[in-house]
Design a protein around this ligand. Sequence first.
Ligand code: PBE
Length: 304
Amino acid sequence: MLKIKSMGITLGVSVSLLLTGCGDEEGNQDSVNTTGENANLGEQLDYTITGIEPGAGITELSHNTLEGYGNLEGWELLESSTAGMLGVLDGAIKNEEPIIITGWTPHWMFSAYDLKFLEDPKGTLGGSENINTIARKGLEEDMPNAYKILDRFYWEPEDMETVMYDAQEGSFEEAAQNWIEENPEKVKEWTEGIEKVEGKEIELVSTPWDTERASGTVMKAILEQQGFTVTLTPVDPAIMFEAIANGEGDASVAPWLPTTHKSFYEKHAEDIVDLGENLKGTQTGFVVPAYMEIDSIEDLQPKQ
Ligand code: PBE
């Protein structure tokens, strides 16, 4: 059993914590869509980027961004939770107020709202990225059948989105099962010719965001169909890499690379096996509602 289980993760920091950071913006709403928007945008936002969990890769990248851009002098990142960030985003959009969040795709926020990524000329938040599969050293020898499936696993952002959106209505387990039933040819590509096992235990380690709940749950169901007994444990990215590196976990389909999880990856690169991409075309960055005039991080003004 995984020791990391007990460490858990906190996703539930309250929205009120976020709200205190957002200050009173009411008096400033009129100026949102005027030409001088960028000049007082910082003031309206209390020089705050609305972030997510402290342990997320995007949180580290955001801190690097605040340090890397001279014009972000005096700006702060408000760390909280994904649910809290989404609550604040929803409130801002309902009132057509400005907001800057740390966002990513695939995520339903991009279908629920009209959003845009701010340009990031310094590239500190990364451009288009991928999600990779990693395994512990020795997994190939110990569990060749599982290893082959993990190695072959590759799908498109649309597949992941289908599972994520479907799970909004029910559970990730049901959504994964539906996707598997509707995509027999893909599942066959990953499992064809691979011998089944009887109850062999495998520990998948993942992160708690919907993208990885989707991929992790699909992989769990596929390995179960092949006869494995599968544990899927969501933890912070740093702990996920550590667990694979020290052999407590067997594999993960959750690393966002080359940028979002770069620092964790580099720390453990020698002690993990990288099986390459399982999905191409993710993105993380600073995200704003499309009604905001601002287009680039460089156009934000430093705190006076
Ligand atoms: N995310 C979603 C995660 C990886 C998947 C971008 C919030 C992160 O920042 O670590």
